[in-house]
Design a protein around this ligand. Structure first.
Ligand code: GTP
Ligand code: MG
Length: 397
């Protein structure tokens, strides 16, 4: 049974960047992953795309032929995809078994709040056996303004009720949160959606605040009564480093918060049930089939993981208080520490490279002295390696 996630959120909330970040992380962890672009407006895909809706339908063609604007054409594309779901099914069938699938969805919020096509597509994926979670990205700058925060709460709640999937709301671009001014409350107030009545003072000072006080209060009560909305935090970016004079340097002001990516990975794994599937290599004792080393099977649930996860909190770093310290309270000190770590790592890489080059040169010199063509040293970099020993033996002889 395949696993995956539907990445949704308003335009520019960081969906494609997250999909690429997840692709990089899973690839580094040797976990098979494929990104499916279901946003026909995505012209420049940052990630290697396994399946692209553009090969089914083009937004520009729809706009040209039907006279629709970009929004209408996008809705048309999603309806077209729903009607031609067999195309997606065929493309997904070509993926390697056990591949984690990330669906990058268009930013029009109506797709996940009221329009039926996305919901229908999700249901049909589930019928194919996909175990999915919705990852809903909301730009973290919304929490800096009380009324925007309330609207994000409502949007998240509406999306949860519409899609009816295991759902993870995420405050994305949390690294930028301090750029929009000081937060009146700590980050956990927003991520845990604590007592919303505390926002009433802030709301009342905004234009129209007094007039809409009762409405604001009713919305807050509604969100609290459902008690469903909460947020994870995320900072993803593509880190751009280059080797300059043998030292790794950061050449663009972008960074990646691996801690938040890893935490979100665990949360999504838990929500989809991926962690409850037996780990690769293990197999159902009652089964006569040989275990598959790459994929997880859901046929024999991992009961240990099931019960330990049910009772424990999520392991590893990434508690919201750590996030508050990293990106709000002590950001500069952490940035400085990170830069220092990268400098040290760059120097260490440069030292290793210089040592390797020196050893290669010496080996070449020795080979020349023996009037033999200098063969490349197969295990250069490892002291006392096999080729080097052979050369030394010959010199001694
Ligand atoms: N600082 C920072 N910038 C981010 C982060 N994630 C995304 N961005 C930036 O936000 C902008 C929008 O990101 P996208 O990934 O294109 O957002 P999207 O949701 O796919 O946008 P649409 O497809 O147009 O709806 C880009 O300039 C990204 O570089 C983040 O974690 N931190
Ligand atoms: Mg995008």
């Amino acid at each position: 049974m395949p696993f995956g996630e539907i990445v949704i959120g308003s335009p520019g909330s960081g969906k494609s960047t997250y999909a690429y970040g997840k692709y990089q992380l899973c690839t580094a962890l040797h976990r098979p992953i494929a990104v499916v672009n279901l946003d026909p407006a995505n012209d420049h895909l940052p990630y290697p795309c396994a399946i692209d809706i553009a090969s089914l339908i083009s937004l520009q063609d729809v706009m040209d032929t039907s006279g629709l604007g970009p929004n209408g054409a996008l809705i048309y594309c999603m309806e077209y995809l729903e009607q031609n779901f067999d195309w997606l099914e065929e493309e997904l069938a070509k993926l390697e078994e056990g591949t984690w699938v990330v669906f990058d969805i268009a930013g029009q919020v109506e797709l996940s709040t009221n329009h039926e096509s996305l919901r229908e597509i999700v249901e049909r994926l589930q019928k194919l056996g996909y175990r999915l979670a919705a990852v809903h990205l909301c730009d973290a700058h919304y929490v800096t303004d009380a009324s925007k925060y309330i609207s994000v709460l409502l949007l998240s709640l509406r999306t949860m009720l519409q899609l009816e999937l295991p759902h993870i709301n995420v405050l994305s671009k949390v690294d930028l949160i301090t750029q929009y001014g000081d937060l009146p409350f700590n980050l956990d107030f927003y991520t845990e959606v604590q007592d919303l009545s505390h926002l009433s003072h802030q709301l009342s000072t905004q234009p129209g605040g007094q007039k809409f006080a009762s409405l604001n209060e009713a919305i807050c009560e509604l969100v609290e009564d459902f008690g469903l909305v909460g947020f994870e935090t995320l900072a993803v970016e593509v880190r751009a480093y280059a080797l300059r004079d043998g030292v790794i340097c950061q050449w663009a002001d972008v960074s990646q918060d691996k801690t938040s990516m890893l935490r979100l990975l665990r949360v999504v794994d838990k929500a989809t049930g991926y962690i409850f599937a037996p780990p690769p290599g293990s197999h159902d004792p009652s089964s006569t089939q040989a275990p598959d080393s790459h994929t997880r099977s859901t046929s024999a649930p991992n009961t240990d993981a099931l019960f330990s996860s049910a009772f424990s909190s999520l392991p590893g770093p990434g508690d919201v208080r750590d996030v508050q310290e990293r990106w709000v309270d002590e950001r500069e000190r952490w940035d400085e520490w990170e830069r220092e770590e990268w400098r040290k790592e760059g120097e260490s890489v440069a030292r290793k490279k210089a040592g390797r080059e020196l050893r290669e040169k010496e080996a070449e010199k020795r080979a020349k002295e023996q009037n033999k063509p200098g063969k490349p040293v197969a295990n250069a970099g490892q002291e006392g390696g096999f080729s080097e020993m052979r050369i030394r033996d010959r010199t001694q002889a």
